[in-house]
Design a protein around this ligand. Structure first.
Ligand SMILES: Cc1cc2nc3c(=O)[nH]c(=O)nc-3n(C[C@H](O)[C@H](O)[C@H](O)COP(=O)(O)OP(=O)(O)OC[C@H]3O[C@@H](n4cnc5c(N)ncnc54)[C@H](O)[C@@H]3O)c2cc1C
Ligand code: SF4
Length: 512
């Protein structure tokens, strides 16, 4: 098997005689990356972070003190990016070389540089964080890979000689895209099936543009296409074509279908007009209408009182999108409120996103849980009934569990309610193959996350459909691991080549 994470050799900066010593480096003040001002940014869906310029990036990268091996930041990064080497190259103004260091272990460094929860990953492990703010690793990763992409384009790769083997990838999220890129580089013919009109998964159809520009994903997909990866969009596996058909026509299949089903509140009034699931609300708020399927090709409703239920990153994406919709509609007396059943201390999302939401004018109501949604005579939601909660003993997640306070119900006005209550896997594909082993809630069971091999030979899975709703970087890692195991499997395969069925023929709906 090839080495996914090549070891650092003689260039290990930990062994270098650095011009600037560790003490001097530690004295350099942190340079937070510039952002759009809150008053300005609520008028647009553009990225809040404006990115470093070259001069700022060089200073920030020089804050890296180049810890001796094993470097904590490398261990803290799920794809084990060689961060210190990249920092040294940025410090020397070698931005393209630094970008290539990130690309050696990561398929979407410009994405994760923007949206990884760095404070619990690479930056959370950074030694400098012990006495000052951690080196802004993520924003520097985004800076150098953007620099390369904008000034030079994605790098040209040497591709292995064609193997004659064909692989189908189901889902074009970070897991599927990473697997597609790696398998393409290994010389296999890759076809990606995607249900949404455009490739990208939640990076496009979920995460708002003010956190991540969609342009990056469009460029990435176009670049993969130049190397022969085919994207067949608007095609749902399990409906337009079945998984057994794919297994029959391809030498191996990777399932990267995510965990796309929004959890329900399971309370009265959930089906009233004006009540949205988070993903539908976000894609209708954020994306150009032409990128949406016909059935949801319009903006979501905008109300004077917009309520979001939930405490994770998705809820922050929803409140911040609501603020932007109200502002753009000229609603000067609009109110956007996030309702969460624990306190801010227990909120699972990023503190930075909460801070952004507060700066943008979002209100928060803690220790409350929804009881019912109340509609008007036209079946449209108008009020939200809540019950106050108190924190009890810690639950399985280690967080104190909310307990209802008897007799504390109260109502608030709400013309639009968005449910951001977490995500579950879609059981459709799994149900279509009873022999395929499933685990908790129908997540695919794999041998280990380092292979992604299911119990069906030639069928692999990874990302949120194995781990449950998680992160872009862990999905990329899963796609890379599975691709390595699939390459190994395909090279050992002795069955005849399956060249008879063209990819575009496969996309035809299955005759009933
Ligand atoms: C609103 C929101 C905000 C988030 N913010 C962050 C963040 O800031 N940072 C972070 O790291 N993570 C974030 N996440 C989580 C992150 O997006 C996911 O963990 C990651 O995208 C999972 O990647 P994946 O490839 O497994 O699945 P997905 O990205 O979900 O991709 C799966 C793809 O498969 C397609 N698909 C599904 N079923 C079928 C089928 N039957 N046939 C064909 N195609 C199918 C889907 O349409 C989708 O395109 C966020 C998630 C959400 C919902
Ligand atoms: S991928 Fe994420 S964890 Fe790894 S270096 Fe980049 S920002 Fe940090």
């Amino acid at each position: 098997m090839k080495d996914l994470y090549p070891k650092r050799g003689a260039n290990d900066p930990g062994n270098l005689d650095l011009e600037l010593g560790r003490y001097e480096r530690a004295q350099i003040p942190p340079g937070p990356p510039p952002k759009q001002e809150p008053k300005k940014r609520v008028w647009n869906f553009d990225e809040v972070f404006l990115g470093y310029d070259a001069e700022q990036a060089i200073v920030e990268a020089t804050r890296c003190i180049h810890c001796p091996s094993p470097e904590p930041c490398i261990l803290g990064c799920p794809v084990h990016n060689d961060i210190p080497t990249a920092m040294l190259l940025i410090e020397q103004g070698k931005f393209v070389e630094a970008a290539n260091v990130f690309r050696a272990t990561h398929n979407m460094p410009e994405v994760c540089g923007r949206i990884c929860p760095q404070e619990i990953l690479c930056e959370g492990s950074c030694t400098v964080a012990g006495y000052d703010r951690a080196v802004n690793i993520g924003k520097l990763e985004a800076f150098c890979t953007d620099w390369q992409r904008v000034h030079h384009g994605f790098p040209q790769y040497d591709i292995a000689a064609p193997t004659g083997r064909r692989v189908a990838i189901v889902g074009s999220g970070p897991a599927g895209m990473a697997a597609a890129e790696e398998l393409m580089r290994d010389g296999h013919a890759v076809v990606v099936y995607e249900e949404w009109p455009k490739p990208g998964g939640l990076n496009v159809y979920g995460i708002p543009g003010f956190k991540l520009s969609k342009q990056i994903l469009a460029e990435k997909a176009a670049w993969l296409e130049t190397y022969g990866v085919q994207f067949i969009c608007n095609t749902r596996v399990g409906k337009d074509i079945s998984l057994p058909q794919l297994l029959d026509a391809y030498d191996a299949v990777f399932l990267g279908i995510g965990a796309p089903i929004g959890n329900k509140a399971r309370i009265p009034g959930e089906n009233l007009k004006g009540v949205y699931q988070a993903t539908e609300f976000l894609v209708r708020a954020n994306l150009p209408l032409e990128d949406l399927p016909q059935r949801i090709r319009s903006r979501p409703e905008i109300g004077k009182h917009m309520a979001v239920i939930g405490g994770g990153d998705t809820s922050m994406d929803c409140v911040r999108s609501s603020m932007r919709l109200q502002t753009q509609a000229g609603m000067t007396d609009g109110v956007v409120t996030d309702y969460y059943r624990r306190t801010e201390n227990e909120m699972p999302g990023r503190a930075e996103e909460r801070m952004h939401a507060k700066q943008e004018g979002v209100k928060f109501e803690f220790l409350v849980a929804p009881v019912q949604f109340i509609g008007d005579e036209n079946g449209h939601v108008r009020e939200l009934e809540l019950q106050r909660m108190a924190l009890g003993a810690p639950d399985a997640s280690g967080r104190r569990s909310p307990q209802p306070v008897e007799g504390s119900n109260f109502r608030v006005p709400a013309d639009v309610i968005v449910l951001a209550l977490g995500y579950s896997p879609d059981p459709t594909i799994g149900d279509s193959m009873p022999d395929l082993e499933k685990g908790w809630k129908g997540l695919f069971k794999v041998e280990t996350e380092f292979t992604g091999a299911t119990n069906i030979p030639g069928l692999y899975a990874g990302g949120d459909d194995v781990r449950g709703a998680d992160l872009v970087v862990t999905a990329v890692a899963a796609g890379r691991h599975a691709a390595r195991a699939m390459d190994d499997y395909l090279r050992r395969l002795e069955t005849p080549f399956k060249t008879t069925v063209a990819a575009n023929e496969m996309a035809q709906p299955v005759p009933v």
